[in-house]
Write a protein that binds this ligand. Sequence first.
Ligand SMILES: Nc1ncnc2c1ncn2[C@@H]1O[C@H](COP(=O)(O)OP(=O)(O)OP(=O)(O)O)[C@@H](O)[C@H]1O
Length: 316
Amino acid sequence: MTEIRPSFLMVVNVFAGAGKAKHIWQKIEVQLKEEKVDYRVMMTNYPGHGVQLATDFALRHKYDAKWVVVAVGGDGTLHEVLNGLHRGGGDQIPLGYIPAGSGNDFARGINLPTQPLVALQKLLEVQHATSLDVGAYQNRLDSHATLFTNNVGIGFDASVVHAANAGQKDHLRKYHLESGAYVSSLIKTFFKQKSFGLSVKTEQDQHRFNRAFLVTTTNIKYFGGGVPIMPIADLHDGKLDLIVVEQIGVLRFVKLFGEMLTTGNHLKSSAVHHFRSQRLHIQTDLPENGQVNGENIQKQKFDLNFWVTQRPFWIS
Ligand SMILES: Nc1ncnc2c1ncn2[C@@H]1O[C@H](COP(=O)(O)OP(=O)(O)OP(=O)(O)O)[C@@H](O)[C@H]1O
């Protein structure tokens, strides 16, 4: 039986991965042509353009089952395309992904090869969509919900993201886990970040933290470009994982971070609190930095409802 291949819309951010996405895309396009794949390409011309492109596409093609929309870039590009499809009513259009960013946490989280040409081969071999969990959140004053594949952070991890994104004229510079700049930014941010009051409501109970430091709601195992904050995250369980780390001294924090990177024993620490729930509500006492999929959320007093939804992905 001959399989019918879908048509692909490739949404490409050539600035992802400090610009290396441009070369990746060139190689991918050669391969697409060689394999006579039916595709269209749209390049993002500015931050946020991926949302617009995907919204417009979904509005036009949401009832046409032949399309798969593929984000080519990093976690930020994936985030824009996911939300653009959502805004255009295209939640049923399968979403594919070719990692070409700096962190590529989603690709790690779903065991997608991080070598782009291998990821492309995998994409072309897929025969049917797979439903995966996607997180959703809405701040009390937001007019609409935002979806996320990876995580939403408030406090320390968000401040690290804000520091990494600050002063970037062109979004070209990004820190890597193994780079000295990343480590020095972590240390500087650690001393700047103040603890804050936080209220948490899960489906079962309520909790109060007077000295919250890092608050991450995650759908996948990784954050921050390869840090396995939630080794047991499951994209099929219909639940989100919330990690609250209370403020601790620098030596204890370094030990905790080391455990996060190696054994996963950070989850046993008395300073770390883990909640798994289909619905969550978190509220900060004061304005804090936020991040979603490594993109800044403006500093604000958060009053967030979280829930889980499912959507089709074009992955094997
Ligand atoms: N034409 C453009 N010029 C400048 N920035 C752009 C352009 N198109 C998209 N962007 C922005 O580039 C930023 C980074 O993209 P992305 O997150 O995909 O790559 P990355 O940061 O290298 O990867 P990762 O998030 O996996 O570490 C996003 O904020 C996106 O809005």
